[in-house]
Design a protein around this ligand. Sequence first.
Ligand SMILES: [Zn+2]
Ligand SMILES: [Zn+2]
Length: 390
Amino acid sequence: MTNRDYYDVLAVEKSATQEQIKKAFKKKAAQLHPDNSDTGDEAAFKELVAAYEVLQDEQKRQTYDRYGAEGVKGTRFDNSAGFDVNSFGDLGDIFEYFFGGGGMGRQSRRRNQPERGADLKYDLELDFLESVFGCEKKVTIRHLEDCTECSGSGAAPGSSPVKCQTCAGLGQVKQTASTLFGQFVQVLPCPSCDGEGTKVDRPCGECKGKGQLRVSKSIDLKVPAGVDGNSRLRVGGAGDLGRKGAPPGDLYVVLHVRPHGLFKREGHNVHITQPVSFSMASLGGEILVETVGGPKGLKIPAGIQSSTVITMREMGVPHLGNPQKRGDQYVHIVVETPTKLNEEEKQLLRKLAELRGESLTLANVDMAKDTQHSLFDVIAGVFKPKSADG
Ligand SMILES: [Zn+2]
Ligand SMILES: [Zn+2]
């Protein structure tokens, strides 16, 4: 560990008051804490903690002043077993500053640091078109709020929580553990009061001493256009209320989109299968095609084949956060072969075949005409598509 002078580490005068030392430490700790992504420095932070551990204690400080670092050896900061920031009496607020009140990880959270409320998750099902164009939804969630009967204290009206006897109100207990590397002190949340430091002897009847109750709350949600089944909406502060005035958690609304009978979504694009009659496919024309925005006219070119895809520009899904921009709709054409023909229709089609020189049976094929051709060639010839002038 360091050999630097502890007063230099904290950048205070030898005559500094306890208040000045504490202030200097807070300021430096904020700069050097490893969780500070800009100026964090773990080694420097440890050095700072070691210096503060000695100077904040009048007795250790006197020893240090008289005998230097050697004199205060024997504190756990002088070995490499690490340090325990929990041993500081009243610096919870520093760590709150870093961790947003959430504490330094679970095991080292102190009772004085209020814990942020839990985040909640809500599953919301949307219709396909609601996801495309957005919608407004009212959802009812159940989250924790402070009990109004006891104002969150958990104690019956007229009484108040009392100091926990096990931990003397500290909310934590120390345990000395011996390991190969030496002894060190472990600080654990008090098992008797769950780290609260206080206990309720006359619990509030309404919340059974918990101080909080799960209550229903209605929330108006605005679902933006263009969301999909991977989208999550965050409603800040709508989660469980934190304990002892700590900030509430957030509500995460997880969206699920019901599939649509016609539209298939792929990113911002929409696919649709569009049947087209044999006559329409042959002659061309205009049809109404469903789009997410309602039916729209679409020109069908003459002679269109099945599996042709026609693109309808900007008829797809609006971009999330930029709804003026939209994907396309892809229309997959399926030419329908007419079925259930009546006699007149059959005659017309036979006439059409005749006009186009199409053979409908093998009877019309003169097999003997060219003996060079195999039967396969003959059959292939029958089914060969006619050229436009044939
Ligand atoms: Zn209550
Ligand atoms: Zn306790």
